[in-house]
Design a protein around this ligand. Sequence first.
Ligand SMILES: [Zn+2]
Length: 90
Amino acid sequence: MYRCCPGCNLSREGCLSLGRGIHCCPLCGALFGECVSLAVSYEYVKPRFASEDVPPQRWRYYDFTCHSGVGTVRRHGWFDRDTGLIVQVG
Ligand SMILES: [Zn+2]
């Protein structure tokens, strides 16, 4: 899976590898990939919602498939690129 950016469909080869399965899209700024644990994904997108309104220009898409002890968990939605907090799920 993740042959291309889930935000704008740029091929994965055109995206930057951040290591540990995480990729960053240079066009739309999305973060995506298969990671070895939920904890790795939390380093990029925290498991908490932003408490205030986030301006639309700071929204970035994320889509992680995390392999954890409780099975595979998918996290996806929009996060604030400045704080790493979730803006919208799904
Ligand atoms: Zn993209």
